[in-house]
Design a protein around this ligand. Structure first.
Ligand code: PBG
Length: 333
């Protein structure tokens, strides 16, 4: 007990935890449906709705189904969606990423036509879903993922996405210099007002496993360690963020989210731009799996994990739980 009256019994933090309404009153972090972006996987065909086995409740959707899904997402009050694509066919250069009738471009046009500006349409800009080798860039004869020759392809991809109606361009490839290159390309094509959300701090993470099933984008050889960050590094995240801001990024992302909350918090302290965090496929899969087994209460861990991401410093969250969260928020749960 402290004699100066600042400690127990005068100070009783439990007083503010006794009544649910007082707890509501003093809650420091709240999630809103406008904090959430829902990932979508566009695939060829029509009427296709194929559940991803490692991500229950998440589907590969043909463009017509994407439109339906977007309507449902907008009705829930979710602010936007981010598109990934599973192309009809893949090639060395990943031409499906930038062709005018690429699968994501088709989805962007269809959703824009059906929903106007009801939803923010974010385009993930990368080549790995479209290349036959599954890498995020051009592969040299010796098997190296080339940086500078990849930039032009990323520029073409971003411009094609903006032309098809993307409101925000989100490069996830981790090539050096890509933010500057994409910024110049967008500006040169009349998209000076299209913001870039940079996956600035993206770690080489095993938590992307289920996504690679969903997007069929696993590398056929090697790994992504020559461009994605080493999970052991924190200072390097600051450098990545600084470089991307200098090149013209409008917003920064940290990915994955929960294993990297320290990084998110550090970026929040140091930079005054909006920050996003991506609660990735593996984070979703493990909570879903434990929930399905009855080992964890799925709804509660969904809340706790996303609140933690926001509390650590994210302004908004990309999450496969977005629809479930929005329902819970709307129902006041
Ligand atoms: C690359 C990309 C990946 C994810 C988003 N964009 C996969 C990777 O880098 O291997 C992962 C998202 C997730 O796991 O949910 N286009």
């Amino acid at each position: 007990m402290q004699a100066n009256g600042t400690g127990f019994p005068q100070r009783r933090p439990r007083r503010l935890r006794m009544l649910p309404k007082v707890r509501d009153l003093v809650r420091e972090t709240n999630l809103r449906t406008t904090d959430l972006i829902y990932p979508l996987f566009a695939c060829p065909g029509s009427g296709v709705r194929r559940e991803i086995s490692s991500m229950p409740g998440v589907f590969n959707l043909s463009v017509d189904q994407i439109v339906e899904e977007c309507r449902a997402v907008a009705d829930l009050g979710i602010v936007g969606v981010i598109f990934f694509g599973i192309p009809e066919s893949k090639d060395e250069q990943g031409s499906g990423a930038w062709s005018e009738d690429g699968i994501v471009q088709q989805a962007l046009r269809a959703v824009t036509e059906a929903l106007g500006d009801e939803l923010l349409l974010v385009a993930d800009t990368c080549l790995c879903e479209y290349t036959s080798h599954g890498h995020c860039g051009v592969v040299s004869p010796s098997g190296e993922i080339e940086n500078d020759s990849t930039l032009g392809l990323l520029e073409k991809t971003a411009v094609a996405q903006a032309r098809a109606g993307a409101d925000i361009i989100a490069p996830s490839d981790m090539m050096d210099g890509r933010i500057g290159a994409i910024r110049r390309a967008l500006d040169g094509d009349g998209f000076a007002n299209t913001p870039i959300l940079s996956y600035a701090v993206k770690y080489a993470s095993a938590f992307y496993g289920p996504f690679r099933d969903a997007a069929q984008g696993a590398p056929k050889f090697g790994d992504r360690k020559s461009h994605q960050m080493d999970p052991a590094n924190a200072r390097e995240a600051i450098e990545e963020a600084r470089l991307d801001l200098a090149e013209g990024a409008d917003m920064l992302m940290v990915k994955p989210a929960m294993p990297y909350l320290d990084i998110l918090h550090e970026l929040r302290r140091r930079f005054d731009v909006p920050l996003a965090a991506y609660q990735v496929s593996g984070e979703y899969a493990m909570l879903k799996a434990a929930g399905a087994k009855g080992w964890l209460d799925e709804e509660k861990v969904m809340w706790e994990s996303t609140l933690a991401i926001k509390r650590a410093g994210a302004d908004f969250i990309l999450s496969y739980f977005a629809k479930d969260l929005a329902r819970a928020i709307n129902e006041g749960r």
